[in-house]
Design a protein around this ligand. Structure first.
Ligand code: ZN
Length: 303
């Protein structure tokens, strides 16, 4: 049947699946429910109608019933299953425990291979928001860390971190956790945009106490900001009050009228309206810590 329909080989599907996972931020739904991905992959192989709709019949003797499954789904499943057996993706049952979604998810090993076959340098890993099973584990742990009562936003022990690999994973996990809790938007202006290939988000996980001052990497000392508001925050054009409202610098009054404008939008002046606050994460647990924002107000903000 396979020969007659000239379906792609498992090796070809395996490669296409890795590339698709990379394009979809590291995850694809189970094939039974993820029709979009199933079609996307079928398009990639230019499958015709007969190839897309060919069904396999399995007769369950005991129950005396026939179960029909799409051949294309089955081939995708087998390729994904083989990737899981070699440790390149996590199975939907494993991912479910981590993220609550039934998805195939790249592991670090699969991520490396997906980059290789897509001709993307491995160094790009740090800036890609691709989910990997290992990084998601770190994200989950971070988001479940109880909010500290006596928070110290500095981490002077950072240089003692054990291995390079561990550090790289932590850095990616921390960044991912921050931009995820802010729904990939700038907390100040709400800008949300990714690259046309969906591989990376514009938003950055800005430190409140900067790294150069030994600011911690966790969610309590970070906030998701677009590039412009990240810069404006770092140079002290605005700061946050303890109730997360925004305060702008008094220096704004002497800023030339044509500075800081994007068409009609005033990048900093728009924030001077009383009561303007940032868009906070859905869970209070992930709000920036007041100890961090007080430090920023005192040492970075230009009153
Ligand atoms: Zn912004």
């Amino acid at each position: 049947m396979l020969a007659q329909l000239a379906m792609p080989t498992r090796k070809q599907i395996r490669r296409a699946l890795l590339r698709t996972l990379l394009k979809n931020s590291g995850v694809v739904k189970e094939f039974g429910t993820g029709q979009e991905v199933v079609d996307q992959l079928a398009d990639e192989f230019h499958l015709n109608e007969a190839q897309r709709t060919a069904a396999l019949e399995t007769v369950y003797r005991k129950e005396n019933r026939v179960k029909k499954a799409l051949l294309w789904h089955r081939l995708l499943f087998r390729a994904a299953d083989a990737l899981a057996s070699e440790g390149s993706v996590s199975r939907p049952t494993q991912t479910l425990q981590l993220t609550g979604k039934r998805e195939w998810m790249l592991t670090e090993k699969g991520f490396d291979e997906a980059l290789r076959i897509s001709d993307i340098p491995l160094a790009a890993k740090d800036s890609l928001p691709t989910k990997s099973y290992e990084v998601q584990k770190i994200v989950k742990k971070l988001l479940e860390t109880p909010r500290p009562e006596h928070y110290q936003p500095f981490d002077t022990t950072r240089k003692l971190i054990r291995t390079v690999r561990e550090t790289v994973l932590r850095v990616r996990g921390f960044r991912q956790a921050v931009i995820e809790v802010y729904d990939f938007r700038c907390a100040v202006c709400g800008l949300k945009i990714n690259a046309p290939d969906s591989l990376c988000w514009e938003v950055e996980a800005a430190h409140i106490v900067p790294r150069g001052s030994f600011g911690r990497d966790d969610v309590f000392n970070r906030i998701a900001l677009c590039r412009f508001h990240h810069w404006a925050f770092d140079v002290g054009w605005f700061a946050l009050l303890d109730n997360y409202k925004i305060r702008t610098s008094s220096k704004l009054s002497s800023l030339p009228a044509d500075f800081g404008r994007l068409g009609k939008y005033e990048l900093v002046r728009a924030l001077t309206k009383r009561g303007t606050g940032i868009q906070l994460p859905g869970s209070r647990q992930a709000y920036p810590h007041v100890n961090s924002i007080r430090w920023h107000r005192q040492f970075v903000f230009y009153q």
